[in-house]
Design a protein around this ligand. Structure first.
Ligand code: GLA
Length: 521
């Protein structure tokens, strides 16, 4: 048994009000806005909102709703939220323009847990769980239907249609329900004739599909690349065709590029209209260094920090929290379905899942990398530990920081391949001899307020002691210019304040991670 990491069990329904994430939201001119302000604390809340543009109002659940102005520009909305314990104020920036996903999309996706067994009840039950668990109030917003929502064929007029058995009232009815809860709906297609699971794809139908998705109320499209040509130029033009079609609709639809990092999408997907792009093959429920494992995926994604920013995110795939080796897609590796006869869909390997320390490291690294945070387990069966991992406001604030900088390796393991600039002492002679800290990843993420977050991950199986020097990190090339005056250091996972200090000593279990945030006072 791995030791269970010490983390706060934050209750989103008690205490004074607290704003979470999404302080900047992008919306296309003249399109529908459904955006939860995302406040936790004891209910009821009293909202006082000023500076709303005409056409937008706030409902009793704190969701901004309406139609965005038709002219591009930024609207600063002053929001004050009070409950019996206190009052908080914040400016929410509504950025009307062409850029969506100004912070990494957060939500849930059906694939890893349900795979081809997705249906409307699962989606609606998940949306309700996001509200009931307070995840909506922490910034989780998108409920994404992945592959296999389709009927066996298109309608006679070429329009897409949903499987009448699994989505009997169609996608629109599901979207209506999801929207009524203040959430947004994601859908899935593929830039070829067929999707990965063998349903019809969108190639040649981009316009009719985008228009139909918009009419159904879809808010995000994940666009896969199975059965499509290998050349990068083909991928660019196929993604561009769908991005243009989506931009031509009357909805704000976030565009998620999924070609598994094969054609270096970080170099072109932003220009092709993507808001996020997968950087690696599919994640499976293990911590390994193979292309299917958390460590491999994190290592590759960590090297891509230069390419991420508001509206355009590296996507190291979904979160494995709560899967425990049982996810239909993440628990078992099979041969591809497209192989002939007996070779198709054969079990190659079963994964037993991440242990508590490894899953905690996984969430920590995804937040430090400003990754989209898409849970992918049964949200109605979350354990207390799963919820603690997914509902930590300090960790989510790191991921959702409006500066949108992806964390970088600093003073890292040579396997990370990046700079050796200091800040960490692994308590051994290794660093003194080599200038590097073997088996440790130290990641630094600059924050919009002039502070930064730092994480240290122990890649080895054995426990180790580390010393982190925050002043030294503040001198690194990518850290914000130090602000004169005092700082507050917070242990992000325990949410405990550590005062103003520059040296932190910690003990890391094998595969464990600690995360701290230093903000100007
Ligand atoms: C690909 C994607 C997965 C999932 C499946 C669906 O493998 O990478 O995330 O969408 O297709 O078939």
């Amino acid at each position: 048994m791995s030791p269970r990491p010490e983390i706060a069990h934050y209750d989103p329904f008690s205490g004074p009000p607290r704003f979470n994430s999404a302080a900047r939201v992008g919306v296309r001119p003249g399109t529908e806005l459904i955006h939860p302000i995302a406040v936790t604390g004891a209910r009821p809340f009293r909202y006082t909102v000023a500076g709303l543009p005409t056409g937008i109002s706030v409902d009793e659940a704190g969701v901004l709703r309406g139609t965005a102005p038709t002219v591009a520009g930024t609207h600063c909305i002053d929001v004050e939220v009070a409950n019996e314990k206190g009052t908080v104020k914040r400016v929410v920036e509504l950025v009307v323009g062409d850029t969506l996903a100004l912070t990494p999309p957060m939500g849930w996706n059906s694939w890893n847990i349900h795979a081809t067994a997705v249906n409307s009840q699962v989606i609606i039950a998940t949306a309700r769980a996001i509200v009931e668990t307070g995840m909506r109030d922490l910034g989780y917003r998108y409920v994404n239907i992945d592959d296999y929502w389709h009927a066996t064929s298109r309608a006679p007029d070429g329009r897409p249609r949903a499987n009448p058995d699994t989505f009997p009232d169609g996608i629109e009815a599901v979207a209506d329900e999801v929207h009524s809860l203040g959430l947004s709906l994601g859908l899935y297609s593929d830039a070829a004739d067929r999707t990965c699971a063998g349903c019809y794809g969108s190639y040649g139908y981009e316009r009719i599909d985008a228009e139909t998705y918009a009419a159904w109320g879809v808010d995000l499209l994940k666009y896969d690349y199975c059965y499509a040509p290998a050349a990068r130029s083909a991928a660019v033009s196929r993604y561009r065709a769908m991005a243009d079609a989506l931009a031509g609709t009357d909805r704000s639809i976030v565009f998620s590029v999924c070609e598994w990092g094969i054609r270096k999408p970080w170099e072109w997907a932003r220009d092709a209209g993507g808001n996020m792009w997968r950087t690696t093959p599919d994640i499976f429920d293990n911590f390994g260094w193979t292309p299917l494992g958390v460590r491999f995926i994190a290592r590759r994604n960590l090297r891509l920090a230069d390419h991420a920013g508001p509206g355009a995110w590296n996507d190291p795939d979904m979160l494995l929290v709560g899967n425990r080796g049982d996810g239909r897609a993440t628990g078992v590796l099979r041969t591809p379905n497209q192989l002939p006869g007996l070779l198709a869909g054969r079990r190659i390997w079963s994964f037993t899942g991440l242990n508590d320390v490894q899953v905690h490291t996984h969430v920590s690294l995804w937040a430090m990398m400003a990754a989209p945070l898409l849970a992918s387990h049964d949200l109605n069966a979350s354990s207390d530990f799963d919820l603690a991992l997914l509902r930590n406001p300090e960790i989510l604030a790191i991921d959702q920081d409006p500066l949108g900088a992806q964390g970088r390796l600093v003073g890292a393991d040579p396997k990370g391949g990046l700079s050796t600039v200091g800040g960490i002492d692994a308590g051994s002679s290794v660093r003194r001899r080599t200038g590097r800290s073997v088996g440790l990843w130290q990641v630094v993420k600059p924050l919009a307020d002039g502070g930064f977050a730092v994480s240290v991950t122990n890649l080895l199986r054995t426990k180790r002691n580390v010393t982190v020097d925050l002043d030294e990190l503040a001198a690194c090339p990518h850290t914000p210019e130090p602000v004169a005056g005092a700082y507050d250091v917070v242990d992000a996972w325990t949410m405990e304040s550590m005062g103003d200090r520059s040296i932190i000593r910690a003990s890391l279990p094998g595969h464990g991670t600690r995360v701290w945030v230093r903000r100007p006072r």
